[in-house]
Design a protein around this ligand. Structure first.
Ligand code: ATP
Ligand code: MG
Length: 409
């Protein structure tokens, strides 16, 4: 049997990027031989094994044929006769379809190295169209390597467009889609992911609520970029520049969905867009079965981001309600993430990226002031049950009034 390094490990070494996990392909072996050599099988669907010591993935060379809709609709053929070239041709991009043997000799039948040099994300063969997930994968690689100058090859974009129009994207499971979306959002240029999806017509299938923001104007005084879609991309860009976690990036992407519902007659104003957007955010959250922290933060940021921007003008009672809505007393981290999302929203505006955001520290200070109210003295005064809750609220409100007085505008 011959063993080769494949995929990301080869690509990233050639790009001079750190290689974290290595995928291997095994040519000329049977599953029985692998088991006899101590490899452990992974699941039953794929002829994939884990190395007894390193735990890295070793896949038997295989060919694939599409036999139905979605990912279940694939038949695999792995046998010792399948060649390395046959295995590589089923892969998505030429830059992912190179192999390297233990002497460092490169096998590159589909000219991945040339595409690396030309900074092109190009499909390997027309079989690319057999798995709609590849649309998301290509957009994700575009988001990862945009800083190096990579772009999607025009004929690949055309295939992605055909796939998006074919209805195949709808066959993707929420789990597979979310895995790609969440990884793409954590790349250096997540806005490129959304842009590429838009360019190939996949955004209006996967996230029509985000697509709907493009072409919708906002007041130029607050939004020199005017377009709501452009603004959303900038907010995402800021979130990546500021190394925000996934939940914040997800909330940034969805914060303004309500603006897509505003009747044209009201443009460029978006009265109550925060509230109107909630049902759309909920729907997107559920479509991809996003993790609970992402879902919750997106809804809270959607509902309250304008409160964040107006923090310094809020009445103490409104501040108290805001803190209560976030359950800041038990979930301080989530409020911190809300503040971060608001700040990214404020910075994701043309020419205002470096503007100060004093609201952030003001909100942090308010949360601290309210959280400093101690329960013990109230217990000692004899408060119990609902009355204790009321007393605590009164004391917190008092603390917030004092806080506001100490921080005049
Ligand atoms: P990463 O750095 O994100 O891990 P990677 O290229 O190693 O990038 P993996 O998802 O680990 O990506 O997959 C390993 C290899 O398997 C890819 O390089 C590609 O050749 C192939 N591959 C994975 N998923 C697909 C797919 N859906 N269609 C075609 N080829 C795929
Ligand atoms: Mg990998």
């Amino acid at each position: 049997m011959q063993i080769y390094k494949v995929g990301g490990a080869v690509r990233d070494r050639l790009l001079g990027k750190p290689v974290t996990d290595i995928d291997w392909v095994v040519v000329g072996a049977t599953a029985e031989e692998m088991l006899a050599n101590g490899f452990r099988p992974v699941g039953s669907d794929f002829p994939v094994f884990l190395h007894p010591k390193s735990g890295e993935e070793y896949a038997l060379a295989r060919t694939e044929r599409k036999s139905g809709r979605g990912y279940g609709g694939f038949t695999f053929h792995a046998s010792p006769e399948v060649t390395l070239e046959e295995d590589l041709i089923r892969r998505d991009l030429t830059i992912n379809a190179m192999a390297e043997d233990d002497q460092g000799v490169l096998t590159d039948p589909y000219h991945g190295q040339q595409d690396l040099e030309n900074r092109l994300l190009r499909h390997v063969s027309p079989a690319f169209a057999e798995d709609p997930l590849r649309v998301l994968r290509v957009a994700r690689f575009a988001a990862r390597y945009a800083g190096l100058g990579f772009r999607v090859a025009p004929d690949t974009l055309e295939l992605m467009r055909q796939l998006s129009e074919s209805g195949e994207l709808e066959a993707l499971t929420p789990e597979r889609s979310w895995k790609e979306i969440s990884r793409a959002l954590m790349e250096d240029h997540p806005q490129v992911f959304i842009q590429v999806l838009r360019d190939c017509g996949a955004l209006k299938v996967l996230l029509p609520e985000v697509e709907a923001l493009f072409g919708v104007p906002q007041p130029v005084a607050h939004h020199p970029e005017i377009d709501s879609g452009v603004h959303t991309l900038s907010v995402l860009e800021q979130a990546a520049l500021h190394k925000q976690p996934l939940s914040v990036r997800w909330a940034c992407l969805l914060h303004d969905l309500g603006k897509g519902l505003t009747p044209q007659s009201e443009w460029p104003q978006h009265i109550a867009h925060e509230h109107k957007g909630l049902k759309l955010i909920k729907c997107v959250n559920e479509r991809f079965k996003a993790p609970r922290d992402c879902q919750e933060l997106a809804l809270l940021v959607g509902q309250y981001h304008t409160h964040g921007h107006r923090a310094l003008e809020l009445k103490p009672s409104t501040l108290a309600q805001l803190l209560q809505s976030f359950d800041v007393y038990r979930r301080p981290q989530r409020f911190e993430e809300f503040i971060a999302a608001c700040e990214m929203d404020a910075r994701g505006r043309l020419g205002l990226e470096e503007r100060a955001y004093p609201q952030a520290d003001y909100l942090r200070g308010a949360a601290t002031a309210a959280r400093t109210v101690a329960v013990q003295p109230l217990l000692e005064q004899g408060f119990k049950g609902p009355e204790l809750g009321e007393a605590l609220k009164r004391e917190r409100l008092k603390a917030l009034k004092a806080y506001k007085e100490q921080h005049p505008q």
